[in-house]
Design a binder for this molecule. Structure first.
Ligand code: FAD
Length: 451
C-alpha cells in the first residue's frame, strides 16, 4: 500500500505561536487513527502526546493483562491485526507492539512529551491550545485523550487504617507488588474480576466486593460469543438506535477474560475454590468493612444477562438455519449461604485493597462550553456544538466499538470527513463563559466513564 505521509511542520522545542490546521490531543489508538485518516486526506496536523505512543496500554495495565476482545477485532484504519492468531487475545506487550507498529506504518506527525494544558477560542473562532511548550493555534482540534483518565476511588479509603496498602486497578501490576496476606478487591467490572482472578491463581486469599456488573460467556455453541454478536449485527448498532441511549453509554462492561485462550469468569466457581464474596461495599468503620446484602442478587443478575445473550444467539441460529452444536445452559455452581455484611480487616488477614471502582474524565482544562452538568462532553458522533472541536474514542461515541480497537476506525473516518469539509465558522457560546468553570475546583467530581 502506498501512503501519502503528511509530515508535521518542522517544530523545535518551542511550540509558541505555531499555527496548525488541526491539532489532535492524545497519541493512543484514537489519536493515531485520527492522524492516519487526516494523512490520507493530506490534511496538515500535529498530534500532541504527553507521555509516549501507547502509554495507556504500556503503563496502566497489569502484567498478565490480555485483551478481552479477540484479536480479529483489532481494526485500526488500514491496519488490521497482523498476527496468526485472529481468535486469540493479545497480551499487554503485544498490544503495545501493535499500536507502535501502527505508528511506524504511517509515521504520524506526533510530538511526544507535550501536555495540552488549556484550550480556549479567540475572537476569530480559532482554538488556542496551551501546552507545556507554548501556545499553538489551531483551526480545528480533536480530543483523543482517552476514555479512562482519572481513577475514581471512594473517599472512604481515607478512613481505612494506614497499615493497609491501597491501589487503584490502574496501578496494579502483579501479586508480588502487594505485601503478604489477603487482598480485598472492590468492584467487579472487567478490571476487578480479572485482577481478582490473577491474585486467586497466584494463591492469594481474595475477598471480593461484588457489584452489579453483568457477565458474558466466552464461548457458546461452538464460537466465541463476540463472533456471534458480530454476526447478529450488535456491533454495527448505533447508540442512538437504543431507546435508552444515555444508559447504554454509561453501562458497565460485561466481565469475561481472554486469558489462556479465553474463558468465562465465574465468580461462583471462585467462591467454591475459596474466594470470599460479599455484596457491594457500603462503608467502613475503624477496621471493619461493611457490605450491602446484595451478593445473591448481583450474581443472579450477572448470570441472567449472560443467559439472555445466549437466548439472542439461539434466536439468530434458529432464524438463519445455522448448523451449530447445542450446549447445555449454565447452572450455578455455588450459591451464597450467608448474609455476610461485614469483614474485620485484621481478623481476615487483609493487608491490601485494590479499588477497581472505575474511571472518570478530567476536561476542566477545556474552556469551551460543550459539557453537560456532570462535566461530560456533549456531542453527536464526536462532533461538538463548538465548530471545529471534536472528541474521539469515547465509549459508545457511535457504536459499541467506539472506545475500543474495533470501532475507532469508523469514527475517525467520519470525523476526518467532517474536518476536511471545514468547521462551521459560526461562533456561539451556548452556556458559560470561556474562562470560568462550574462547579468550582474544590467542589469538582470527575464525571464517570465506565469501569
Ligand atoms: C483495563 C482495560 C481493558 C481494556 N480492554 C480492552 C480490550 O480488550 N479490547 C478493546 O478493544 N479495548 C479495551 N479497552 C478499551 C480501550 O481500547 C483502551 O482504553 C484504549 O487505551 C483507548 O484508546 P484511546 O486512544 O482512546 O485512549 P488512550 O489509550 O487512553 O490514549 C489517550 C492518550 O492521550 C494522552 N493524553 C491525555 N490527555 C492529554 C493531554 N492533555 N495532553 C497530551 N496528551 C494527553 C494520554 O497520555 C494517552 O496516551 C480496555 C480499557 C481498559 C481500561
Amino acid at each position: 500500500m502506498t501512503l501519502r505521509v503528511k509530515v508535521a511542520p518542522q517544530v523545535g522545542d518551542d511550540l509558541e505561536g505555531i499555527h496548525s490546521p488541526v491539532v489532535i490531543v492524545g497519541g493512543g489508538q484514537a489519536g493515531l487513527s485520527m492522524s492516519y485518516c487526516l494523512s490520507q486526506r493530506n490534511v496538515e496536523h500535529i498530534v500532541l502526546e504527553r507521555n509516549r505512543i501507547a502509554y495507556e496500554w504500556r503503563d496502566r495495565r497489569w502484567d498478565s493483562f490480555c485483551l478481552v476482545t479477540p484479536n480479529w477485532q483489532c481494526q485500526l484504519p488500514d491496519f488490521p491485526y497482523p498476527g496468526d492468531d485472529p481468535d486469540g487475545f493479545m497480551v499487554r506487550d503485544e498490544v503495545v507492539r501493535y499500536i507502535e507498529a501502527y505508528a511506524q506504518f504511517f509515521n504520524p506527525p506526533i510530538i511526544e512529551g507535550v501536555s495540552a494544558t488549556r484550550l480556549r477560542r479567540d475572537r476569530k473562532g480559532r482554538y488556542l491550545v496551551g501546552t507545556s511548550r507554548g501556545e499553538l493555534i489551531a483551526d480545528q482540534v480533536v480530543m483523543a485523550t482517552g476514555p479512562y483518565q482519572v481513577p475514581l476511588i471512594p473517599r472512604l479509603t481515607e478512613r481505612l487504617p494506614d497499615e493497609l496498602t491501597q491501589l487503584h486497578s490502574s496501578q496494579y501490576r502483579n501479586p508480588d507488588q502487594l505485601p503478604p496476606g489477603a487482598v480485598m478487591v472492590v468492584g467487579t467490572g472487567q478490571s476487578g474480576c480479572q485482577i481478582a482472578e490473577d491474585l486467586h491463581l497466584a494463591g492469594r486469599q481474595v475477598h471480593l466486593a461484588v457489584g452489579s456488573a453483568p457477565r458474558v460467556a466466552r464461548f457458546y455453541r461452538g464460537r466465541d460469543v463476540v463472533a456471534w454478536l458480530d454476526a447478529v449485527g450488535y456491533y454495527r448498532k448505533a447508540v442512538n438506535e437504543f431507546a435508552d441511549a444515555d444508559t447504554v453509554r454509561f453501562r458497565v462492561n460485561h466481565y469475561v477474560t481472554g486469558r489462556d485462550g479465553g474463558r468465562d469468569i465465574d465468580l461462583r466457581a471462585f467462591a467454591r475454590e475459596g474466594m470470599r464474596l460479599y455484596g457491594r461495599l457500603t462503608g467502613a468503620t475503624g477496621t471493619t468493612l461493611r457490605f450491602a446484602q446484595d451478593l445473591r442478587r448481583n450474581l443472579d443478575h450477572a448470570d441472567a444477562v449472560s443467559e439472555s445473550i445466549k437466548d439472542s444467539i439461539d434466536r439468530y441460529i434458529e432464524s438463519h438455519g445455522i448448523d451449530a452444536p447445542t450446549e447445555p445452559r449454565y447452572t450455578p455452581v455455588w450459591v451464597p449461604d450467608h448474609k455476610r455484611t461485614e469483614v474485620e480487616i485484621r481478623n481476615a488477614g487483609i493487608t491490601s485493597v485494590i479499588w477497581s471502582t472505575g474511571f472518570g474524565r478530567d476536561d476542566r482544562w477545556i474552556e469551551v462550553p460543550v459539557f453537560d452538568g456532570r462535566g461530560y462532553p456533549t456531542h453527536d458522533r464526536g462532533v461538538t456544538s463548538s465548530p471545529g472541536l471534536y472528541f474521539l474514542g469515547l465509549p459508545w461515541q457511535h457504536t459499541w466499538g467506539s472506545g475500543r480497537l474495533s470501532g475507532v476506525a469508523d469514527d475517525a473516518a467520519y470525523l476526518a470527513e467532517r474536518i476536511t469539509t471545514g468547521p462551521d465558522h459560526v461562533f456561539r457560546w451556548i452556556a458559560g463563559t470561556p474562562n470560568s468553570t462550574f462547579p468550582r475546583d474544590d467542589e469538582w467530581v470527575a464525571p464517570r466513564t465506565v469501569a
